[in-house]
Design a protein around this ligand. Structure first.
Ligand code: 13P
Length: 255
């Protein structure tokens, strides 16, 4: 069974005080949600502070991620953060979010270098893919993109990465994909990776629609933007994922 993953991408939000309150609130509420993995991705400037609140490996199920990184270890790359830096405070790194590809022009070969670098530094990349607009061939294009991003990866690495399907039209729009549609795309993407690879859905996830996604056979969790900035909403979603595993385990134990 794949461990569900609920990730909060805070994007470019929170003051230092906000980050403190949010991380502390989630840490306190998440203590017993041990059936799932929760990953908080604050702005990189707050990662160290949040790491003090959620110490690495303090709770084995509550982890930190960076929202982006460069692939080189050190050097003259003004404004960038390196895998060596991320590694000191986080275990995950989001790569290829559509806000990076659309607003900052990051392209597939560049992203593939970041994926390679993350894995070489024992970081788990959360690789984002998603189409701009609903189109008849969008599924085929996404499969093609994911093939390019993962072409050099070993079987073990393919099991270690996380894929997030985030249709661009669903991000921040209040109009999520339907769970059936997300399942269909994610099942197609899974064929590029492995049965063990965790696959997430992201795009206008709320505590009202999350269960619909979590109930799909190929959807192993959620990458949440806006709703990850509210302690109660984020924890409600995480609790739904945790409850589902508890229920599945108790059903499978029945004779
Ligand atoms: P929203 O949940 O705000 O739509 O953002 C999704 C997202 O981009 C997460 O990475």
């Amino acid at each position: 069974m794949r461990t569900p993953l609920i990730a909060g991408n805070w994007k470019m939000n929170t003051t230092l005080a906000d980050a403190h309150i949010l991380a502390t609130g989630i840490r306190n509420e998440a203590e017993h949600l041990e059936q799932i993995e929760i990953v908080l991705c604050p702005p990189s400037i707050w990662l160290t502070e949040v790491a003090h609140i959620v110490p690495p490996r303090h709770y084995s199920h509550l982890k930190l991620g960076a929202q982006n990184m460069y692939f080189e270890e050190t050097g003259a790359f003004t404004g960038e953060i390196s895998p060596l830096m991320v590694k000191e405070v986080a275990e995950y790194v989001i790569i290829g979010h559509s806000e990076r590809t659309h607003l900052f022009g990051e392209k597939v070969p560049f992203l593939a270098q970041k994926v390679r670098s993350a894995l070489d530094h024992s970081l788990n990349p959360i690789i984002c893919v998603g189409e701009d607009a609903k189109a008849a061939d969008s599924k085929r294009q996404l499969v093609h993109t994911l093939e390019h991003l993962t072409v050099d990866l070993t079987q073990v690495e393919l099991e270690q990465i996380v894929i997030a399907y985030e249709p661009v039209w669903a991000i921040g729009s209040g109009t999520p994909a339907t769970p059936d549609y997300a399942q269909e795309v994610i099942a197609a993407l899974r064929r590029v990776v492995t049965e063990k690879t965790r696959m997430l859905y992201g795009g206008s996830v709320s505590d009202q629609n999350s269960l619909g996604f979590l109930s799909q056979p190929d959807i192993d969790g959620l990458l949440i933007g806006g709703a990850s900035l509210k302690i109660k909403t984020f924890i409600t979603i995480a609790r739904q994922a945790d409850d589902q595993i508890v229920a599945q385990k108790s059903t499978s134990k029945q004779p």
